[in-house]
Design a protein around this ligand. Sequence first.
Ligand code: 5RP
Length: 225
Amino acid sequence: MEHKKKTAGEKAAEYVEDGMVVGLGTGTTAYYFIKQLGTLVADGLFIKAVFTSNATEKLAGGLNIPLLSVDEVNGIDLLIDGVDEIDHNFNSIKGGGGALFREKLVSRLARRIIWILDDSKLVDQLGKFPLPVEILPFGHTHTLKKLAKDGMNPVLRSGEEGIYITDNGNYIADLHLEKAGDLQQLEARLKSITGVLETGLFINKGERMIIGTERKPKEIINSGK
Ligand code: 5RP
């Protein structure tokens, strides 16, 4: 698995060009991309990067990649990030690593997006991977009750010391849906619930995916874009 993540992440670094503002994803696949980017920067590539989590900020900072916060940029030339599940129409579930809010915001600012993944994550239908939603701690028991009443099977995520806390100081409810169904409808329903701040559903986003396999990474281009 590590080999697949590594080759996908390293391949993605080939798409980064001098002068770009690059969005850096979060997670174990993004880790390999960021490590490779660090090598390219050390060799003279000039870019600036926007991070999607505290962990990514720390990793990229340690590699001397020049960083900007999201509030310092108007746009992002290219975002490279992992996914938890993606279908053939470039709909994906993200947030397994808890960074969905920042990842979604950064994805909205990105002119181009490349997803990097190992081949186990490409699926025919989304939903086997529980859909993470970031929820406000205030009144979270009521938000969870509402999600449960709406048939979303929420489970409050736990961390090492009790409830898992996001970089934004919020909680995550993982929705055990099995089948995500109509994605636009699901997104709209979730976003209408008071207390739900953001979902890990990314609908038809991305220009290509780079899939790590046992051999060379495979690329699929989004024909619906
Ligand atoms: C973090 C994410 C990650 O991109 C996603 O969880 C994939 O992670 P990994 O590459 O470690 O499997 O959305 O919030």
